[in-house]
Design a protein around this ligand. Structure first.
Ligand SMILES: [Zn+2]
Length: 524
């Protein structure tokens, strides 16, 4: 039996058919030798933590998806942050490649979202999408620009592969912050780095600033400072630096190993560290997190106290999910935490402690209203920012009585600040619930987000969604505030941010933060 090269491997397919890219140029690995292994990689789980431009990964994934449909009988869904990103990709890349290569002749380009190859389909979808959910099944989900996509929607797309025998997930993105998006996949990968060997035989991955001579503006060996030629970088190879048995086949792609990118260009982009976030994410392909963006375990353990902080006044916060998490405390700190699934457990708590209570209004809106309407000092919380009056917490009046509105981000800022300042004490047994509590608090990250207007800001985000005790703590804090401030709105005299954006880029803002803490210190 004879096989055509195309049937044997994707490289054979590219060569046999003289496949060209969207600009009509032959696919060549000469200037992108680091794409050779990723092109041939058919692992079920793959992740590419990459610099933004000039790598060629999106087209590599496109060629792999076309090959997968044509020769492997697999149907991919290629996802992008938004529908318009998907449309742009199809019109500028997919359609161009389909039209330029005779092997794909006959595949119509009218339907933007869907292409048919043989009896297989390729779908192109935005995660932020006006069109309805996709009901089709698929074998591979290609998550392009994962870190800018709707993460919940990505999980929904993954469920489309449930009946597939392949069930591939291939993620590619320039990273954002530690532990999120593609960096989370990378953490579960074999962590392949592109090792370059100098003439003295030292093999190192290209790292900043070790691999660049800032004065001579050339790439150098991180071991002996011997200059590295473009060919030295071309002759690099992928080396696993993590667990070879890890779930993902992972590749880290910095711009520094691309033969066409000069050391001088990288130094220019560094721009004396004026925008480290951009430099890390887009040039080095590394996540970047400014300091103080996470509630460290020790921050909570430092606030643990053997003293009695029971004052006889009780405040209760309840986070509602399948399992309800509650946090009960006095105005000094937390006295008791726990979970329940049956509502009568909540009734018992209310009867025993007669607390001021705040519970989230969602997802069980009917029960929330029932408690608000029938129990004393019981409030339900909606998160919504008050753009006009600059308040963190607003207590509803008249027909909104019993409802409390909170600016989620600024409330979290406030509670985390108090936690770090030692103003929230813990008088709890060191048991499993407490360990879970610490874990839930550590799940929150403050990350930079850019809204649909293109305005960037830091927001609190949950890494895994396992943050229930932390949110119950927010509700406890609001209930306490209700009593202390007598239902007056809690006006924020402009909470200073620890990191602010200026004309020159991001900068630390510690003076203002410290001053603010001094002014607001000593209350409660
Ligand atoms: Zn060397």
């Amino acid at each position: 039996m004879e096989f055509k090269p195309s049937e044997i491997s994707i490289i054979g397919f590219l060569v046999e058919n003289g496949i060209v890219n969207e600009r009509g140029e032959a696919i060549s690995f000469y200037d992108r030798p680091f794409l050779y292994d990723p092109m041939r990689d058919w692992s079920q789980y793959q992740c590419y933590k990459k610099a933004a431009q000039g790598i060629g990964m999106s087209v590599t994934m496109l060629l792999k998806s076309l090959y997968a449909a044509k020769y492997k009988g697999l149907s991919p869904i290629h996802t992008f942050p938004t529908d318009s990103d998907a449309v742009e990709f199809v019109t500028t890349k997919t359609n161009k490649i389909l039209q330029a290569n005779p092997i794909f002749r006959g595949i119509q380009s009218d339907n933007v979202e869907r292409k048919q190859i043989g009896d297989r389909f390729l779908h192109y979808k935005g995660t932020i999408s006006k069109s309805g959910a996709l009901s089709t099944t698929a074998d591979i989900i290609i998550q392009d620009e994962k870190d800018r996509s709707d993460q919940q929607k990505l999980r929904d797309f993954e469920s489309r592969t449930i009946s597939s025998s392949f069930r591939g997930v291939w993620s590619l993105s320039n990273p954002s912050v530690d532990g999120a998006g593609v960096d989370a996949d990378w953490a579960e990968s074999d962590k392949k780095e592109w090792f370059v060997t100098c003439r003295n035989g030292h093999a190192h991955p290209m790292t900043w600033p070790e691999s660049i001579d800032l004065v001579l503006k050339v790439y150098v060996c991180a071991g002996c400072n011997e200059p590295l030629s473009d060919d030295d970088r071309r002759r690099g190879k992928w080396v696993q630096t993590g667990d070879p048995k890890a779930k993902f086949s992972g590749y880290h792609m910095t711009l520094m190993f691309a033969p066409k990118i000069s050391a001088e260009y990288v130094i220019e982009q560094w721009d004396e560290g004026k925008n480290p976030e951009y430099f890390n994410n887009f040039i080095l392909g590394e996540p970047y997190s400014p300091g103080d963006t996470k509630i460290e375990r020790h921050a909570i353990l430092d606030n643990w106290t053997p003293k009695n902080i029971d004052t006889g006044h009780y405040y209760l916060g309840v986070d509602v999910g399948n399992v309800k998490h509650y946090v009960l405390g006095s105005e000094k700190g937390i006295l008791q935490i726990g979970t329940f699934t049956e509502w009568h457990e909540l009734d018992k708590l209310l009867a025993r402690f007669k607390p001021y209570s705040v519970m989230d209004a969602m997802p069980e809106n009917t029960m929330a209203h029932h408690y608000k309407d029938t129990k004393e000092n019981f409030f339900i919380c909606h998160f919504s920012a008050d753009k006009e009056n600059n308040t963190v917490i607003r207590w509803g009046e008249n027909d909104k009585k019993g409802i409390v509105f909170a600016d989620r981000n600024r409330l979290i800022d406030r509670v985390v600040t108090e936690l770090l300042d030692g103003k929230i004490l813990y008088s709890l047994p060191s048991d499993r619930d407490f360990r879970t509590y610490v874990k839930h608090c550590g799940d929150l990250r403050r990350i930079k987000e850019s809204n649909n207007m293109g305005v960037e800001r830091y927001v609190w985000d949950s890494l895994t969604g396992e943050d229930h005790y932390f949110f119950a703590t927010l509700y406890w804090y609001m209930a306490k505030q209700m009593h202390v401030s007598g239902a007056a709105s809690m006006v924020d005299s402009r909470t200073p941010q620890a990191v602010v954006q200026t004309k020159e880029g991001w900068r630390q803002n510690l003076e203002e933060v410290l001053e603010h803490r001094t002014n607001y210190g000593g209350d409660s």
